[in-house]
Design a protein around this ligand. Structure first.
Ligand SMILES: Nc1ncnc2c1ncn2[C@@H]1O[C@H](COP(=O)(O)OP(=O)(O)OP(=O)(O)O)[C@@H](O)[C@H]1O
Length: 364
């Protein structure tokens, strides 16, 4: 256990009869970049407020560095919080902004400036201390906000959707920046986002939340390639969900009777199914393949509805027997035949598709 470890010990947070966080039980390791990922209203901010000390759990305990935080206010916790709205002071210089929390703590002017300059080096903005905030770009301002949060030398940085006000290109750039800063300072970062791309690219581990419940905790590869619930499979990344009933299972391979005929996939998480169980088979658009004919296992014929060009990839919208599917292909630089309006044969490898019990999908 280090001072940077956080334990959420069976934490539930209720507002009246409404449960915003339901029995969260996990350890975030010191130095980890840990994200809570989930749709709006799933309880991410409520969870973070509990770690920062702005609210207390209704049940359970929050431990930081092994110490129970009950009754310990936000100022007394080794955490610093960064919001989407940075609230930098427009009339102060960049260095004054960064050093402001130190001024509040009575640190002298010279030491404040020294610390601000060190932090500017750390966020790769050396020499801008005397500029005004409005002279910086959005991404630079974001880094200054991080430097200001780091000025008080917290063990844990809590980030609540800090990139959502930035434009797309800058957001992508800042993902790399944030990860680099986190690795440089070696602090625990707890990051909250509804953007799965952000969570996948930056995090060591991700907790996927749905309606107050943590549905899965894992590294980005596990979350994307081995989702444990229908919600995680449908929330993280694009996927095709095909409903069906189990007819047989041999080892990991499960056969489902679906509107597209019998389809075979892999039982996610080593689950065992009985004939008649209602399930989904999930297959990513990039794992669906165009075939020359409908013969063979896991192959069927669909109607191509339309094609979209996305630059790096081509997206094909398919439909058959009331099932809508999406298939993506990498753009090879050559224009393929226009398939819209034609019958196309499609198939997939059973090891690339996973079968999960029927339950709520994201956005459903
Ligand atoms: N002080 C409060 N009183 C009553 N209900 C609250 C309070 N704070 C949050 N909630 C409710 O708890 C649920 C979770 O809210 P929370 O802000 O944690 O969600 P979130 O996942 O962070 O969403 P967003 O991404 O939109 O901020 C919501 O339904 C919200 O309305």
């Amino acid at each position: 256990m280090t001072t940077k470890d956080i334990v959420l010990d069976h934490v539930s947070i209720r507002f009246g009869s409404y449960t915003a966080v339901d029995n969260a039980h996990l350890t975030i390791n010191g130095g980890e970049f840990f994200s809570f990922l989930g749709p709006s209203g799933c309880g991410k901010t409520t969870m973070l407020r509990c770690v920062s000390g702005f609210s207390e759990p209704t049940e359970g305990r929050v431990l930081i560095g092994g110490k129970d935080m009950k009754g310990v206010g936000p100022n007394k916790r080794p955490t610093a919080l960064i919001f989407q709205n940075l609230a930098l002071f427009p009339l102060m210089s960049v260095a004054e902004n960064i050093a402001f929390p130190l001024e509040v703590r009575g640190v002298g002017k010279k030491d404040r400036r020294k610390k601000a300059d060190e932090l500017l080096d750390m966020i790769a903005l050396p020499g801008v201390g005397d500029k005004k905030v409005h002279e910086l770009s959005g991404g630079q301002r974001q880094r200054v906000a991080i430097a200001r949060a780091l000025a008080v030398e917290p063990d844990i940085l809590l980030l609540d959707e800090p990139l959502s006000a930035l434009d797309l290109k800058l957001r992508h750039h800042m993902r790399t920046e944030l990860r680099t800063i986190q690795q440089r300072v070696g602090l625990t970062f707890i990051y909250i986002t509804h953007d799965q791309g952000e969570a996948l690219t930056m995090s060591d581990r991700i907790a996927v939340m749905n309606a107050g419940v943590i549905e899965q905790i894992g590294d980005p590869e596990a979350i994307y390639n081995r989702p444990k619930t229908a919600f995680v499979a449908s929330f993280v990344g694009e996927t095709n969900a095909i409903e069906g009933k189990v007819t047989a299972q041999t080892g990991e391979l499960v056969v489902l009777d679906t509107p597209l005929g019998p389809l075979k996939g892999t039982a996610a998480g080593g689950r065992k199914y009985k004939p008649g169980d209602n399930c989904y088979i999930f297959i990513r658009p990039e794992q669906l393949e165009l075939r020359d004919n409908p013969a063979g296992e896991n192959a069927f014929t669909t109607q191509a509805v339309k094609a979209e060009f996305e630059g790096n990839a081509r997206l094909l919208f398919l439909g058959a027997n009331g099932v809508d599917l999406r298939l993506t292909r990498i753009n090879t630089g050559e224009r393929p035949a226009d398939l819209a309006g034609t019958a196309v044969h499609v198939g997939f490898d059973p090891s690339k598709a996973f079968v999960l019990p029927h339950s709520a999908l994201a956005g459903a």
